[in-house]
Write a protein that binds this ligand. Structure first.
Ligand code: 5GP
Length: 193
């Protein structure tokens, strides 16, 4: 069992509706020592990739992506959620359905910060159905950038996202893959990696 799986078992809480709550160490209060370990582990896994930008989506990906960008010595760019419609031209736009809030948001990245010369490492905290990752892939493609890989802290392997993204041919690395979780007993089962 790796450092993250141990922490999920210790402090993760299984909620009804296929939601794993990790807000005591990952996405509300953040354990900075753990963030450093996560950053270093993604650097190790994508060491051979010529990454020029780390790309994530607000809000919960930002903290993690900072630590990854620090390891690679490159900028971190985050896609912003936007209600504005008058943004075509200066921005790349994608539509993303939120797994946790069940609403759709336009997410935008300024053309100033992503272009054809970029080699992108996409980072997020969770992978469920893959909408957030597909939005970030779409933005990278609009920019003409190369997606070098995708790094996820916790993949819920019983939801479809991981299969979809891997079938598209992307290099997807998840630090922990939850294959099953039970809100009644609190049991969490990880995939052997
Ligand atoms: P997807 O777009 O893959 O369906 O969902 C991924 C996004 O939804 C992530 O950015 C994450 O913020 C949120 N998310 C999905 N599942 C969970 C979960 O079980 N727990 C938490 N805390 N966030 C989740």
């Amino acid at each position: 069992m790796n450092f993250l799986e141990e922490r999920i078992l210790k402090d993760g809480i299984v909620k009804p509706g296929n939601v794993l709550k990790v807000d005591s160490f990952l996405n509300h209060q953040m354990d900075i020592g753990l963030m450093e370990q996560i950053g270093a582990e993604f650097k190790r896994r994508f060491a051979d990739k010529p990454v020029t930008k780390v790309l994530t989506i607000e809000a919960s990906g930002i903290g993690i992506a900072c630590f990854v960008a620090r390891e690679f010595g490159v900028p971190m760019v985050f896609a912003k959620k936007s209600k504005s419609i008058n943004i075509e031209g200066e921005m790349y736009v994608a539509e993303v359905e939120s797994f946790t809030h069940k609403n759709k948001n336009q997410v935008i990245v300024s053309k100033k910060f992503l272009g054809p010369e970029d080699h992108v490492l996409i980072i997020d905290d969770f992978l469920a159905n893959g909408c957030a990752l597909q939005g970030l892939i779409s933005i990278s493609e609009s920019a003409g950038a190369t997606v070098e890989g995708l790094g996820i802290v916790i993949e819920k392997g019983f939801q479809i996202g991981g299969t979809v993204i891997r079938n598209l041919g992307y290099d997807l690395e998840s630090l922990a893959i939850v294959d099953a979780m039970d809100p009644e007993t609190g049991t969490i089962t990880f995939r052997e990696q």
